[in-house]
Design a protein around this ligand. Structure first.
Ligand code: UGA
Ligand code: MN
Length: 309
């Protein structure tokens, strides 16, 4: 009886082992979750990225459209803090290429150093806003966003199609959830979603009926053709490339109309693709950083060391 049991056991053992091995291989091949740490894949980022994942982790990401984030930024006491928050978010997004555009005549040392250590594929550009446009009440970052658009178009002239990609404008002071990037990644032409803490309300949002945008919930200038903040939309790379003249305009542009003026050139309200559960979820917030109190900052350097802040 004992020897019968033992021979049965021996007969089954190899099969049990095979099943265990097959299950183990399968689970190690399972695709990475969409929010897995980014794998670098720096498609020609002008700065090398530190701390990238090894090539074997890049596989499943290769199929994802690249998200290009254009961020205008300018020198002020909170700049490095803002960029740090932003990089900490972007580092968690797969296949994201950061186009950081300084509002300056040259690339600053602070931002150059920051980019080199950011651990992200990043293109660092700069263009100064002409002095006459640096006035309260005038639109901000027009030249910087256009520089980002020009870089994107130029770069893709030399690359063969198809180049799946999505562009969005990521101001350096907003707050972005990781879910937002999942939503915008599937943009076919132009996608839209709600933005929190903007327009004098808790949120603004596109109003959606039967899957189409039919109007805007907003407390500010409801007459805007696209009553949406810069943080509320994304555009596919194909649309950017097939409308080579679409840019942000200084002439005739009023405060708060930049988004509408730009979107008018590339799409129609009927065409918009609502994201974030038919525009019922806030995944990005138009946060603004309080001006820092430097009342006690000495006029001349007093400390024994020089510290970058
Ligand atoms: C709102 C919108 O959210 C912006 O997208 C729009 O550009 C702006 O209004 C406008 O008036 O043009 P708001 O929070 O008032 O945003 O603007 P900021 O966050 O101060 O500036 C928007 C972006 O431009 C930021 O990334 C900021 O770093 C950059 N910026 C601002 C410059 O590059 N140069 C400047 O002189 C000011
Ligand atoms: Mn802002």
């Amino acid at each position: 009886m004992k020897s019968l049991l033992f021979s049965r056991f021996l007969l089954l053992l190899p099969w049990v082992l095979i099943v265990i091995i097959v299950l183990d291989i399968d689970s190690s091949r399972a695709p990475l979750p969409a929010l897995a740490p980014r794998g670098g894949g720096g498609i020609g980022g002008s700065r090398p990225a530190a701390g990238r994942l090894p090539p074997e982790r890049r596989g499943p990401e290769a199929a994802l459209p690249t998200i290009y984030a254009i961020t205008p930024t300018y020198s002020r006491p909170v700049q490095k803090a803002e960029l740090t928050r932003l990089a900490n978010t972007f580092r968690q997004v797969a296949r994201l290429h950061w186009i950081l555009v300084e509002d300056a005549a040259t690339r600053s040392e602070l931002v150059s150093r920051f980019v080199a250590a950011a651990g992200l594929p990043c293109t660092h550009l700069h263009v100064p806003t002409p002095r006459r446009y640096k006035r309260p009440g005038l639109p901000r970052a027009t030249e910087q966003r256009n520089a980002g658009l020009a870089w994107l178009r130029q770069r893709h002239q030399h690359l063969p199609p198809p180049q799946p990609g999505v562009l969005f404008f990521a101001d350096d002071d907003n707050t972005y959830s990781l879910e937002l990037f999942q939503e915008m990644r599937t943009t076919r032409k132009v996608s839209v979603w709600p933005v929190g803490l903007v327009g004098g309300r808790r949120y603004e949002r596109p109003v959606v009926e039967n899957g189409k945008v039919v109007g805007w919930y907003t407390g500010w200038r409801a007459d805007r053709p696209f009553a949406i903040d810069m943080a509320g939309f994304a555009v596919s790379l194909q649309v950017i490339l097939s409308h080579p003249k679409a840019v942000f305009k200084r002439r005739g542009s009023q405060p708060g109309m930049q988004e509408s003026d730009f979107l008018k050139q590339i799409t129609t309200v009927e065409e918009l693709e609502p994201k974030a559960n038919n525009c019922t979820k806030v995944l990005v917030w138009h946060t603004r950083t309080e001006k820092v109190n430097l009342a006690n900052e000495p006029k001349y350097h007093l400390d024994t060391v020089n510290i970058e802040v």
